[in-house]
Design a protein around this ligand. Structure first.
Ligand code: UDP
Ligand code: MG
Length: 315
């Protein structure tokens, strides 16, 4: 068998509705490219008919399709990690299963890698998500670039291409909580960003609620920078200086005006404000401590129940 040149990794979590048309379009594009390829589906603990469907499809696609079956839900990024560790191709592409990223863009990405780029990032042209998500993610992109010192225009778009050497570096790191596009960007020598089409989710629903998106962004910010910690320190210093000045002012006022007991509610408001700031700061510190804990504990990042290899499909 020829070694696959292009590996396509698809994380799937309860995507039974999207899979039929995804497979049709994805395999169509890959067949048309005329290069050896493999598609690696990572089943991230789906509870619907995702796995049976994939197993069935594998029978019709001998030699081109592998399935990694997780024994629980470990998240999209861990699914891609597992894909990275098992991919055999020189060029590795990641794509969502929900067809929001059209598989038809894959040949362009492959060409960029062949032209010498080690990481091909993508920016969603005319993004079709809710106004709330588009605005929130625009803000998050800007904040993240500021904090991490990276420059990516669209952290969320997961239709991306990676060259073998970058994949090897990422595999070696084996980070517990991570954000793959940012990680790749950090180690890329010749990255490029291209625009890709984007469509609304037609089947199934988004797997990311608000809370999960916030968690993911914490991963991104604390995983790639110490800036939040430094912000805590600076905030502390600032508050200390201001309160010192205020104390001096109050002392002088006490001497000039005499004792006063007004402004109790202003005091209360100030107190709550400072309490809020303090708790947030403890929270930020905690984010880092929690991550250190995760790393030192060295639990497996994901557990694979079974890998269904491309051939021969016997069961
Ligand atoms: N996904 C996954 N595990 C999860 C959540 C999502 O493997 O815990 C997959 C999902 O099946 C899809 C991709 O990651 O292929 C992106 O998910 P989704 O489309 O829900 O995210 P959105 O487009 O809303 O950001
Ligand atoms: Mg989606």
């Amino acid at each position: 068998m020829v070694e696959p040149k292009v590996s396509v990794i698809v994380p799937v979590y309860n995507e039974e509705e999207s899979l039929p048309s995804l497979c049709r379009r994805l395999f169509g594009v890959l067949d048309g490219m005329g290069k050896p390829y493999e598609v690696l589906f990572v089943n991230d603990g789906s509870r619907d008919a995702t796995l049976p469907f994939l197993l069935q499809t594998r029978k019709d696609r001998p030699g081109t399709m592998r399935i990694i079956d997780f024994n629980g839900n470990f998240g999209q990024h861990m699914a891609i990690m597992a894909g990275f560790e098992n991919a055999k191709g020189e060029i590795v592409i990641t794509i969502d299963a929900d067809l929001q990223n059209p598989p038809e863009e894959i040949p362009r990405i492959v060409r960029c890698v062949e032209d010498g780029h080690d990481v091909v990032g993508t920016v969603r042209r005319q993004r079709r998500d809710s106004v709330f998500r588009v605005t929130a993610s625009r803000l998050a992109n800007r904040l993240t670039n500021r904090i991490t010192g990276l420059s990516l225009h669209d952290y969320g778009c997961m239709l991306r291409g990676y060259r073998r050497d970058i994949v090897d570096i990422i595999n070696e790191l084996a980070e517990a909580a991570t954000f793959i596009p940012a990680l790749a960007q950090k180690f890329a020598a010749a990255p490029i960003e291209i625009e890709v089409a984007h469509s609304g989710r037609e089947q199934g629903r988004s797997k990311y609620g608000l809370f999960r998106l916030i968690r993911l962004n914490f991963d991104l910010m604390t995983g790639f920078s110490l800036a939040p910690l430094q912000a805590v320190t600076v905030t502390g210093i600032l508050i200390s200086v201001l309160s010192f000045l205020f104390a001096v002012f109050m002392f002088i006022r006490r001497l000039v005006v005499g004792p006063e007991a007004e402004g109790v509610f202003t005091l209360l408001a100030l107190l709550f404000l400072l309490m809020g700031v303090t708790i947030s700061c403890i929270g930020i510190e905690g984010e880092y401590v929690g991550r250190i804990y995760q790393e030192v504990r060295r639990r497996p990042r994901y557990v694979i129940r079974k890998i269904y290899d491309s051939d021969p499909p016997s069961e």
